[in-house]
Design a protein around this ligand. Structure first.
Ligand code: TXA
Ligand code: MG
Length: 318
């Protein structure tokens, strides 16, 4: 059989150098992180960043997350504060994104930050992302590697399914360990969570020693990804279902969930982390099998289950 995945590369040192060259030429690469795969480019270059927006069909008012190797690397771009230092110490590198005030003298592409006075920064915890950031020696703007409003990619082949050969290289870092996007916390004022994730509100409160809010009303576009249809498999999704017809798929959870051709179990053990990790992969599989719609049983709203429900709610928007 012909190998169609010719732009998926093993992340050995030769291919990392190849990826660096592509980034240095202001082109886009597929990059594994511990959360989801990113579509990464030089965060200091308008030309490079524009290519990300074009490929994703992303609205220009929706800013990108900027990825760095270490805290000291952000000093020219954003203004530090004590919450950032505490949370960095506790969780980074890891699945937590900080929104901070941008320094006026920052060289970050204004297109990447959508002309905002703030920037979202993150320190990914994946050996390939870390190595690449080290050899590239500049930050990478990287949204999730999917066409806008669709499901994020959790393995290299998903990235290929989204963009085919439109990107020169997809580094294959295996299956993402977490499988849903990072938690986003806004630290420009009173800390508030803009997008839930594996690092929960409770974990953050423990480190900061105070209560924090989860922002729900996005009247002013703070994180446009939060607005309407998002994380969509491309077919209708309905939450809190108990059963479905044969043309529909039902996503469930736990050992009591029935075994049937149209039933898909996110975690037989009833483990929420495993369920989060299987969520996008399962929805992609259901779409490929040509089911007309997806029902999802009630998922516990605790721990990372809160983030699962957040994604499902947006996927079920019309
Ligand atoms: O896990 C992740 O965060 C992945 C991996 C690749 O790092 N990235 C990711 O990026 O999920 P993206 O672009 O799909 O989602 C980023 C979200 C968007 O909803 C965007 O609106 C928000 O971050 N965002 C970016 N900059 C912001 C800012 N300055 N203020 C508020 N929200 C911001
Ligand atoms: Mg995304």
């Amino acid at each position: 059989m012909k190998n169609i995945y010719l732009n998926i590369y093993k992340p050995n040192s030769r291919n990392l150098k190849k990826a660096k060259k592509i980034v240095d030429n202001n082109n886009v690469i597929g990059l594994p992180t511990e959360t989801v795969y990113g579509l990464a480019a030089n965060a200091y270059s308008d030309i490079a960043v524009k290519k990300i927006f074009r490929l994703k069909k992303r609205s220009p008012i929706n800013p990108l997350i900027i990825h760095y190797k270490k805290l000291k690397d952000v000093k020219n771009d954003v203004i530090y504060n004590s919450s950032l230092e505490k949370l960095y110490k506790a969780f980074c590198p890891g699945p937590l994104t900080f929104v901070l005030k941008k320094k006026p003298e920052s060289s970050l592409s204004k297109i990447a930050t959508a002309g905002k006075k703030t920037a979202a920064i993150r320190f990914p915890n994946h050996r390939v992302a870390k190595k690449l950031l080290e050899i590239i020696n500049k930050p990478l703007a990287a949204p999730s590697a999917n066409i806008s409003t669709r499901l994020s990619s959790t393995c290299a082949k998903d990235v290929f399914d989204e963009f085919g050969k439109k990107i020169k290289i997809i580094l294959d870092g295996g299956k993402c360990k977490i499988g849903i996007e990072s938690t986003i916390i806004d630290l420009t004022g009173k800390p508030s969570i803009l997008r839930p994730g594996k690092i929960t509100k409770e974990k953050i409160e423990r480190i900061l020693g105070k209560k924090i809010k989860i922002k729900k009303n996005f009247k002013k576009i703070n994180a446009p990804g939060q607005l309407k249809l998002h994380y969509s498999p491309g077919i209708p999704v309905e939450m809190n279902k108990i059963n479905v017809s044969k043309q529909q798929a039902l996503i469930g959870f736990g050992k009591k969930f029935r075994i049937a051709e149209n039933y898909f179990n996110l975690s037989k053990k009833g483990n929420l982390k495993e369920a989060a990790n299987n969520l996008y992969k399962t929805m992609r599989k259901i779409k490929k099998r040509k089911f007309k719609s997806i029902g999802v049983i009630k998922i516990p709203n605790t721990d990372i289950g809160y983030a699962i429900n957040d994604r499902l709610k947006k996927a079920s928007n019309k």
